[in-house]
Design a protein around this ligand. Structure first.
Ligand code: MG
Length: 243
């Protein structure tokens, strides 16, 4: 097959996936979903002694942009956090990872622009493929398997334990990586357990497939998503423990 044919096929797939995403997002406003119960969360803690710190507020040394491999262009803030600079691309860890416990704190943009999937959308991709959704789901409806804490388009969070816009959210995530054979094929599915602000929202769910995304990474890195212009999400205090 010629390179031109490949390009045409790729473009057709890309356009179809765009149309499909638009259909899903227009449906979210019309449908009466059975939504997760709202729970008021408690407080969170500091890193344990055996944590591998991926961001402590001082620099991006553990990260680079996932496509270009260039130094991170996102904004480093004075309060030991950083903020996505939309359009610069997603970032990923320089190192790959297997099964991990991840702690990460994030904050939706205070401006509250956009609705549904357009309000503060980012995401945490494990091994570059499996997304735990980051979204402003405080008084912002969308399809439940796409709201904050969902395993995107696979699992609805058990409850919605969002703090209000402008407050820090905390995810504590247990990711059991899929098992691969020597060809890189999955021979045993991975799983997720997720706590949002200390509240269990995913209980050992089996990963069915990679997240629908045009940014399919092949490296097993931890990736933070630059989704769109309203996705100026901030992050801080990121660490993992190997399992
Ligand atoms: Mg996302």
């Amino acid at each position: 097959m010629t390179a031109t044919k490949y390009k045409i096929i790729f473009l057709a797939f890309f356009l179809l996936s765009k149309i499909n995403a638009q259909k899903i997002e227009s449906k979210e406003k019309k449908t009466n979903y059975l939504e997760p119960e709202i729970v008021i969360p408690g407080n969170f803690s500091s890193p344990p002694s055996d944590a591998i710190v991926l961001f402590d507020g001082s620099n991006f040394s553990s990260w680079h942009h996932s496509k270009s491999k260039e130094p991170v262009k996102w904004r480093l803030n004075n309060d030991k956090s950083f903020t996505i600079k939309p359009g610069t691309g997603s970032i990923e860890t320089r190192k790959e990872h297997g099964s991990v416990q991840l702690h990460i704190e994030w904050k939706s943009p205070i401006e509250n622009k956009g609705e549904g999937q357009s309000r503060g959308n980012s995401g945490i991709f494990f091994q570059g493929r499996y997304e735990v959704q980051v979204l402003n789901s405080y008084q912002n409806r969308t399809y439940p398997d796409g709201q904050a804490g969902s395993i995107y388009k696979q699992y609805i969070p058990l409850v919605n334990s969002m703090r209000p816009t402008g407050e820090w959210q905390v995810y504590d995530i247990v990711f059991n990586a899929p098992k691969y054979n020597n060809n890189g094929d999955i021979i045993k599915s991975g799983s997720f357990t997720v706590f949002h602000n200390g509240v269990l929202i995913q209980n050992n769910v089996e990963i069915k497939r990679p997240t629908m995304s045009i940014e399919k990474a092949t490296r097993k890195t931890l990736m933070l998503q630059d989704h769109d212009k309203n996705g100026t999400v901030s992050y801080r205090n990121i660490w993992v423990r190997k399992i």
